[in-house]
Design a protein around this ligand. Structure first.
Ligand code: MRU
Length: 374
């Protein structure tokens, strides 16, 4: 990703690793778009907290963070007792896997790291293999997003008006993004278009993160209130919807994504607007057979009852970050973080291996890294 940083255009990855300090390096997404700050996370417990508290968020980014977190935890172990090391590793895995339940990428990423470690005969070898595998996962995440960009770019015709929900951009991955990849590729190919960013209450990842990313790339965009999409669709002002996903069921084609995605898919179907979902292979869950079994994260009611942002007019005219209460103080709230969109509302799933109808994923499982048999 390219970011204007201290007056220069710099390239950063959303998730990185500092081997000398055994630290996961993250962009603190809670501060964006108001402040750009990278932080070092010193141990695997703190890495799990960073995932839970959404210092880092987005399926691919938390996948890579969990992979590095597992390697970090493995490297925290001192000694050469393999049995004790395995017990320690199981605890590290559980700590990281429990941080955010809906996205399947952290589990897929950590399974990849654990498989790679199997060939190591000693603790030291396994520690080295763990970090290599985590790095590989991160590089693969970037490569998958680039391939999504190549397959999805032809959908972005000159002058098209695209709606996206939440943030499935570079901040949600190690780099490039999934839903944004076709946009970035089409832009680089010289096509010009416009993007509507759903605000995405309650945490407003669309208004804060996607809008910031697009601004960094100079792509014309407008933030819209979550309730505005239906009106714009009815007036013929949206031509295409692309979102990301936190878990796509390989057996059924059901798509879990940020709360409000289902609503947009229903609206798009009502207005005959193509609705695409862009994912790397780590987002496919080949095990679950039913969308109702996807664990839906319930987050703090505070996120709904209030809003988080920059407060203008602080001392010295510096922006002060803080929470503003919106709701009636005696009311409570319900805050499911994700919803599940059924396959019949989805035009296509843009993957690194091409675009498929959601119902076709299972038949194409060999190309998509799925199981050999059912
Ligand atoms: O709660 P978040 O910000 O981690 O949720 C992320 C999303 O649901 C995004 O919409 C995205 O499409 C999936 S992550 C690529």
């Amino acid at each position: 990703m390219h970011v204007q940083y201290r007056g220069r255009r710099c390239h950063f990855r959303t998730v990185d690793f500092d081997p000398a300090r055994n630290a996961v390096v993250l962009i603190d997404q809670r501060l964006l778009p108001h402040r750009f700050r990278r932080i070092r996370i010193p141990d695997h417990r703190a890495t799990a907290v960073a995932i839970r508290d959404m210092v880092v968020r987005g399926a691919g980014a938390i996948g890579a963070t969990a992979a590095y977190g597992l390697a970090q935890g493995a490297r925290e172990f001192a000694g050469d007792d393999l049995a004790a090391f395995r017990e320690h590793l199981a605890r590290v895995y559980e700590t990281l896997a429990g941080a955010r339940p809906t996205a399947v990428d952290p589990v897929n990423a950590m399974r990849q790291v654990l498989r790679a470690m199997e060939t190591g005969a000693t603790v030291a070898e396994q520690q080295r293999l763990a970090l290599e595998a985590a790095r590989r996962f991160a590089d693969e995440d970037v490569a998958h997003c680039e391939a999504i960009g190549r397959h999805g770019a032809p959908l972005i015709r000159e002058g098209v008006r695209v709606l996206t929900h939440c943030n499935a951009g570079w901040l949600a991955f190690v780099d490039v993004g999934s839903a944004t990849a076709p946009l970035y590729t089409a832009w680089a190919e010289g096509r010009r278009f416009e993007v509507f960013c759903d605000e995405t209450r309650p945490r407003c990842q669309g208004a804060s993160l996607t809008a910031w990313e697009l601004a960094q790339e100079g792509i014309p965009h407008q933030v819209i209130a979550d309730n505005a999409a239906g009106h714009l669709m009815q007036r013929g002002e949206i031509d295409l919807v692309i979102t990301g996903s936190d878990r796509v069921l390989g057996r059924t084609g059901e798509v879990a994504n940020k709360i409000g995605t289902y609503t947009k898919a229903v609206l798009a179907a009502r207005h005959g607007i193509p609705f695409y979902v862009a994912i790397p292979l780590s987002t496919i869950d080949w095990d679950l057979a039913d969308g109702r079994s996807i664990p839906i994260e319930e987050r703090s009611p505070e996120e709904v009852l209030s809003a988080w942002g920059a407060i203008e007019g602080g001392r010295g005219r510096r922006l002060r970050l803080g929470r503003v209460r919106i709701a009636n103080p005696t009311s409570t709230a319900r805050n499911p973080g994700f919803d599940v969109t059924p396959p019949e509302l989805i035009t296509g799933i843009i993957t690194p291996a091409g675009i498929f109808r959601p119902e076709e994923l299972w038949a194409h499982r060999a190309e998509l890294g799925g199981p050999a048999d059912g």
